[in-house]
Design a protein around this ligand. Sequence first.
Ligand SMILES: [Fe+2]
Length: 377
Amino acid sequence: MSVAAVAAPDNQTELQQMYAAIQAKSMFPFWARNSDVEHDEIKQLMEGPKPIPYRWSYATDIAPLLEQSARLVTTENTDRRSLILVNPGLAPRRATVSTMYTAYRQNDPNEVMPPHKHTASAIRFGLTGKQNFTGVEGEDITFGPGDLVLTPRDTWHNHGNTGDEPAINLSVLDYPLVESLNALQFSHDYREDGEYKRKQSARFPTEYSAMVYGSGGLLPRFVDHVRGGGDSSPMYVYRYEPMRELLHRHRDWSENPHEGLLIEYVHPVRGGPVYKTMTFFMQMVRPGEKTLPVKQTANLLVAPFEGAGKAYIDDQAFDLAPFDTLAIPGDCWTSYENTSRSEPLILFVASDEPALSSFGLLQRWGKTESGDVIRLA
Ligand SMILES: [Fe+2]
């Protein structure tokens, strides 16, 4: 029996006073009511801020504002200049899906920002320009299109561009998740021998990550594999060329109708994702291929890198073009279609799967050709 049915008409005034008092004292009245009455609290709870599937077009939404921001906001004004994608369902919270955000950055020629560190983990993914620069804990990394660079939690890092042409990259951070846990901390006071420095001194040889971890299946025993906070991948840069080569080598592989070809970036010492909170993939959808729908509890951020096609999320269709970002909240049926007959569609994918997995919340389903739903994970 509902509260509304119990409440006699002459109690209405007192009821309204009680609701006002509950709100004024920062409480929420969580009890079941008829769904058609004014105070339907369960419905209110369910209608709280929720991320929506959303696409930002690189060509029309992002690129013009990046160019303009690089022109109007110089590094003399700020040591950080990023455009964060805000999911319309979560605004004004700075989150592209509930746990992660994507930010785009254009670095002008020869601008390098001072080091900082934070408890959020991040990756940087090169889009344009050959000399994006990130220094991570004394390893200087210059990177170009398709290269993935890690800046794990609590590692000193600085961003910039050491070339003579503008360079654009995107970042993915677990910032909204760490913020939800009230565990965000920042530091900008980078010191060497007690002295503040605007640039880290290199302590590792150029291409250290590739030197030590670049031969798959082989692990040097003569170096310390604990870097940064100790729980993230010690390999700080994953080049695009070996990834692309591996994808193309398997382009006739046809065993997974739900994911096409999906390759994960892994921790080179213990396997598994590079971070405890996020994992990253490249995914190839072959020419003419349409993947079968997948639904999962994990939230995804998808950036097409090569080719073009479409994504179908529940009952919506989204165009996919290079460098766009598509937010795919958990619990949405998703499939991809490569509309080209000759060129592969290659997607860079960020997922909060490790966070969900560690809480026992990761689930994944697929639809078969005939529309039956099967459990995938
Ligand atoms: Fe940072």
